[in-house]
Design a binder for this molecule. Structure first.
Ligand code: UD1
Length: 346
């Protein structure tokens, strides 16, 4: 049985990927998290959905000694999916050192361990933010990376570069970089979703909280050079992102998978404006949203959406869920939060 390490498994995308791994593979799954932006109760919800066991390690990946000691108890590790990272764009604009330190030291510690133990398969969570303000849309994996608009985006650019130099240094090491567009929505069961540990910064949790009277949505800028003046993003259901990780892992295990390092865009290919996202939410939830129009947010790119042909062809992956599905599932999750059905440990 293969052993797979998932870092950040209690997090938003990590926990949805745990669910898919547990439901569709027979791998032994080990999740590492320090709950810096997640809650250990997420594991209980993953267990409730999957009814499958998995290991949990509670450490900070920046603590190299603790990392090495906790992984040493596994005789053979077949692959690592590395989600754990700080991801709040506006915070990264004001606290860049926090972002460089956490996101890069954790990656370096893991790669060092891969080299020492000859772990040969690695999946890295990257982001469409690495493209910056791209000259042409949709972006393909070959689109030149422009200046990162935030230190968060820069940590992802640097992470990709590190892998670029690291991969050739270890025989048989193969890595996949997955560039997520905007993951949103919640598990179809309504039992797992994005947790409001602190005040959310991302659009969809702010929308669902605003509809619940717990937040106030401001649309950041309506004077961009886009059809309705608001920013355009490629929103993708978190479960579609999760299934892509399982496919990417299986692709790495295929004996024929040739590249030492390959990059895939994970988006739907459809650009959706902030106002269109709001309309979809209102339609699917039946709630009218009160929002105001505000100024532009520092670090935002104007528009970005994916060409996802490469993932479709090579990973045999295709997103299944629409913006309406994303909004409906996010609302179902928020309603469960509102009813107090989700109990946090911290
Ligand atoms: C960014 C990254 C994405 C990364 C994510 C992690 C880009 C292009 N994308 O997403 O890859 O996974 O951070 O957090 O950099 N908005 C409002 N009002 C709000 C909140 C958001 O109008 O209160 C708007 C934003 O201006 C943006 C859109 O909604 O146009 C989406 O914002 P958000 O959900 O925060 O994600 P990104 O910053 O696009």
């Amino acid at each position: 049985m293969k052993t797979i390490i998932v870092t950040g498994g209690a997090g938003y995308i990590g926990s949805h990927t745990l669910i898919e791994l547990l439901q569709t593979t027979d791998f032994k799954i080990v999740s590492i998290d320090n709950y810096s932006n997640s809650d250990a109760s997420t594991y209980q919800r993953v267990s409730q959905i999957t009814n499958k066991p998995f290991d949990q390690i509670d450490i900070d990946l920046c603590d190299k000694k603790a990392l090495n000691e906790s992984l040493n108890k596994y005789p053979k590790i077949d692959g690592i999916i590395h989600f754990a990272a700080f991801k709040t764009v506006p915070e990264s604009v004001t606290l860049p050192v926090k972002y460089y330190n956490n996101n890069l030291v954790s990656l370096l510690n893991l790669l060092d361990y891969c080299k020492e133990k000859n772990i040969r398969h690695f999946i890295f969570s990257s982001s469409c933010s690495v493209y910056g303000n791209a000259d042409e849309l949709p972006v393909t994996e070959e689109t030149p990376l422009k200046k990162a608009e935030s230190s968060y985006a820069h940590t992802k650019q640097i992470g990709e570069e590190i892998l670029n130099y690291f991969a050739p240094s270890v025989p048989d090491f193969k890595a996949i970089i997955l560039r997520y567009f905007n993951p949103v929505g919640a598990h179809i069961s309504g039992l797992n979703g994005e947790l409001p540990i602190s005040k959310p910064n991302n659009l969809v949790p702010i929308i669902t909280q605003t509809a619940s009277g717990k937040n106030n949505l401001t649309v950041f800028g309506n004077d961009y050079n886009t059809p309705d003046g608001t920013c355009i993003r490629d929103y993708i259901h978190v479960t579609d992102i999760a299934t892509a990780h399982v496919k990417a892992l299986l692709y790495l295990f295929e004996s024929g998978a040739p590249e030492k390092l390959s990059v895939f865009n994970l988006g739907t290919g459809k650009g959706v404006s902030v106002l269109e996202a709001i309309k979809s939410f209102e339609k699917m939830s039946g709630q009218q949203l009160n929002y105001t129009i505000g100024g532009r947010r520092a670090g935002d790119v104007i528009a970005v959406y994916a060409n996802n042909e490469k993932a479709k062809t090579k990973l045999k992956w295709e997103p299944q869920l629409t913006i309406d599905d994303m909004m409906l599932s996010a609302w179902k999750w928020q309603e469960n939060l509102n009813k107090g059905l989700v109990k946090l440990y911290s």
